[in-house]
Design a protein around this ligand. Sequence first.
Ligand code: NAD
Length: 286
Amino acid sequence: MIRWGIVGLGRAGLARRRALSARDDSVILHECSRRDGDAPSLRTLLDSNIEAVALCRESALHYDDVRAALRADKHVLVEYPLALTHGEASELAELAHAKERVLHVGHFGLLNPFHKRVAAAIDEQDVRGFEYVFSAGFGRAIRPLCDASLWGQSANSRLQALWSWFGPLELESSEVELKRDGYEIDVHLRDRRGRCVVLRESRRAGQTRGRSVRGVDRSENSIELPAWKKWPDGFVLDTECFVQQVKQSGSQSYIPLADVVDVVALSESISLRAEIRREVQKAKDE
Ligand code: NAD
């Protein structure tokens, strides 16, 4: 029986709790929630005899939470992104290695059948150019990241998908347009075969969440690619993958930690190199 703690009981934390509660090899001993004044502190939770911890607080806390948990010799399952900078992410990967603990980042979009179908289509159809378009609201979780100019880090999950489809990607350009109710970012990347890979993200207040992918061949003709479908099994399958790693040392994750660290580096450089336009500022000047 694996003894667990959960830190942060928002949407992700509650989904982890459901996934763990359905397992007969796991028991949740402690939960740490800001909304519950009687809940144990993170320190108390980490000082207890739990073996594994699910870290589900907001992205800006992941680095501190993972570091504290590894130093306390816990196996760590953390929601993406692992950290906000390459320095932080590689430090955590080294710490996990030194402590001989599992460090797993829940990039479960990679387990979605859509992801696998796109991967197969890219392999089979000689895709030469690719575009990933993502839109979502501009809610509580994203606003602080945007205020801190962390647009690339907010796109971490889509970048991890692109890295998985195309392999290592070089950043060519990154442009952010700040809107009164959110922002839009255009990122141009190139893979090692010279293929052009574009990510367009739009985060606007009240906007419906959606995504699509488009591909072209070497003659710029459209290639048919699968449509994205909502998929409810991500937290469950991802939790299973983590548990197998804890139970059987040597069991591999579906995502190498080295790739996670590389994509955090890419996310960071997208933010640092972004050319910024301000819709509101422009309108005032005119
Ligand atoms: P959320 O705002 O719903 O939840 C965050 C939770 O952490 C809140 O309940 C908050 O009260 C809690 N928290 C923050 N500080 C705390 C503290 N000091 N002690 C205890 N609890 C604290 O956000 P979310 O959607 O659950 O996202 C959390 C993380 O999971 C983010 O990093 C996000 O990128 C990642 N993620 C979310 C999903 C999803 O489907 N929601 C999927 C994958 C990854």
